[in-house]
Design a protein around this ligand. Structure first.
Ligand SMILES: [Zn+2]
Length: 583
């Protein structure tokens, strides 16, 4: 689309100037100007949630000192909702809005400002005018003392790195900005210019990262057949303890522990995070459930498909490392075994389906409590396991002609590129069925809508693998609690549904004092020398008062699966295996 100059001149023009006069106290100051306004009432809004992170976060709480003026005169406004400011423009065409934002929450989705840098999570930081989400805006950043760089996927204006522009608010809100003295390096992969902006002093090996990240990019691009970006930015925040990431259209923000690069396990975990967030540039940012875009920034956006958006991405975060030959087969099978264990050892898997987990993310996944493990399942871990089952099913059913990759590419072509919209639940299922060559009603009713036990050996068997439980012969007793210990006090943090403590009436927050009259120093003392069926008397301190409870220990039901080759796999099994793991 081209812009007609004479039209552009009469369209509202929006620009922001961001300064940091009190960066040390975590404040950013924003001056927003809007010109060529026509209406008398203008409502400015702050979104309440961030796409990719399904919780109402109330970003408006960080806004203060809001004021509006025109030609130096103050204009009146009133708040009409927690995140809405309604301005009476009094017929003025050009107005200036000023406000301050308190930025002191360190996460991949919240703004952080201090004397060392500014991370601007644009959504929750830049107010937008109601009805003008499609409008372009320009952002001018005046850095704090000594800050020299800006890293963002937004386009520069006139080659000035401190002035960037967004064609509309969806893109502005999807383009975080890092300002400071971050370590910036780049690489080219799949025809795209990649930039890595490292904040914090991690002991990373730049050359190794460039090589491995490029392999991940190439491998993921091959899944979809194209890489839609020209430029992509990884913003990495290195802290003492950190983790997680947030996906965007042409960038991502990753949290890493500074020492994560020091061990091979930590480094592999970081690469999985890179693979996960980068895979999202297709799966969820472009190929997406129909409810996830265009976004309603004022309310929850409900979808039953986070098991695809997040779960499938969680599956690819590791298999991509295998396909890129960054990790060997044994290593990959271990990771997969751990994924299976995290599903199987969660009591809630029998009570919540992945579609319910997706829909209720807003109130459950993002708001866990002491009972969550008993009642919920992660749409990441179980979604990832479902992706594995479907990948194996499709490879087996198609005699290794197709895999889950073909479904992802087909859905991307059909819905993102073709229909230019998200997919419905039914459409995604049809995409899977197209490549499996069969109806998946039974699969869906058991594993997607249902909570049936998963028949791993059938699916792994297609590739000549099986799972074995290393704890199958185990007869260890279990009390069925998690605890924390501080100042020699053992406090119950959760009670396993159906376990010994559950039946005995032990509660979260109980402090375990003695067992059979003997003071205990750590929770293992409760079990040492005992077996399933043993009856014990437990004295707890509850809300400052002593209580005596009787418990009967039960057999520990934890599983520890390992994936192993069957003896003498058939040619068909080896064909599926080779396709699945790219051997
Ligand atoms: Zn994700």
């Amino acid at each position: 689309m081209s812009t007609n100059i004479s039209t552009a001149a009469t369209m509202p023009q929006i620009s922001y100037t961001v300064t940091f006069p009190e960066a040390q106290a975590h404040y950013a100051d924003v001056e927003m100007t809007i010109s060529n306004l026509k209406q008398n009432t203008l409502v400015l809004k702050v979104p309440v949630w961030t796409p990719g992170s399904y919780l109402i976060r109330e970003y408006a709480k960080n806004v203060e000192a809001f004021s509006v003026s025109a030609k130096g005169n103050i204009l009146p406004f009133i708040k009409t909702r927690k995140n809405w400011w309604s301005i009476n423009t009094q017929g003025e065409k050009d107005i200036t809005i000023k406000y301050r934002v308190y930025c002191n929450e360190i996460s991949v989705r919240t703004s952080t400002v201090d004397a060392s840098h500014a991370f601007i999570s644009t959504l929750g930081f830049f107010m937008y005018p109601e009805g003008m989400l499609h409008d372009a805006s320009t952002i001018h950043i005046i850095p704090y003392d000594g800050w020299s760089k800006v890293s963002t996927s937004l386009a520069m204006v006139n080659n000035d790195p401190f002035t960037v522009t967004a064609p509309n608010y969806d893109i502005l809100f999807d383009s975080p900005i890092e300002v400071g003295n971050q370590d910036v390096f780049g690489f080219k992969a799949a025809g795209v210019d990649y930039e890595v902006a490292m904040f914090g002093t991690g002991k990373y090996d730049k050359e190794r990262l460039k090589k491995d990240m490029a392999k991940i990019v190439e491998q993921e691009t091959a899944v979809y057949g194209e890489n839609p970006n020209k430029r992509y930015v990884f913003i990495v925040h290195n802290y003492a303890k950190s983790g997680g990431g947030l996906e965007h259209l042409s960038s991502t923000v990753l949290g890493a522990a500074r020492d994560t690069y020091a061990s091979e396990t930590g480094y592999q975990g970081f690469l999985s995070l890179v693979a996960h967030e980068h895979f999202h540039l297709w799966n969820v940012k472009r190929l997406r459930p129909i409810a996830l875009g265009p976004f309603d920034y004022d309310n929850e956006n409900y979808t039953t498909d986070l098991w695809i958006a997040e779960g499938f991405t969680a599956y690819y975060e590791d298999i991509i490392l295998r396909h890129a030959a960054i990790i060997p087969v044994d290593n990959y099978l271990n990771v997969l075994g751990n994924d299976i264990n995290s599903v199987e050892n969660q009591a809630g898997r029998k009570f919540q389906s992945v579609t319910d987990a997706s829909y209720d993310a807003w109130i459950k996944a993002y708001r866990p409590n002491e009972n969550s493990a008993n009642t919920t399942i992660s749409y990441y871990s179980k979604g990832s396991v479902i992706a594995m089952l479907l990948d194996l099913e499709i490879i087996n059913d198609s005699n290794a002609k197709y895999s889950l990759d073909d479904v992802m590419r087909h859905m991307y072509d059909e819905y993102y590129k073709g229909k230019e919209r998200g997919y419905t639940d039914v459409e995604f299922k049809q995409g899977l069925e197209k490549y499996a060559g069969k109806n998946l009603d039974d699969f869906y009713s058991k594993y997607v809508y249902g909570v049936d036990d998963i028949d791993y050996n059938t699916y792994l068997g297609y590739a000549g693998y099986k799972i074995t439980d290393a704890l199958v012969a185990n007869n260890d007793p279990s009390l069925g609690v998690t605890t924390s210990t501080a100042n020699n006090k053992i406090t119950v943090t959760s009670v396993l549904r159906g376990g010994a403590a559950w039946a005995a009436g032990i509660n979260t927050d109980d402090q375990i004092v003695t067992v059979n009259g003997t003071p205990i120093a750590n929770i293992q003392d409760v079990l040492t020398g005992r077996k399933p069926g043993d009856k014990i008397t437990i004295n707890v301190n509850r809300d400052g008062q002593p209580i005596t409870l009787q418990a009967t220990l039960v057999k520990n039901a934890l599983v520890k699966y390992k994936i192993e080759s069957v003896d003498n796999p058939t040619q068909q099994q080896l064909t599926v295996r080779n396709k699945w793991l790219k051997l």
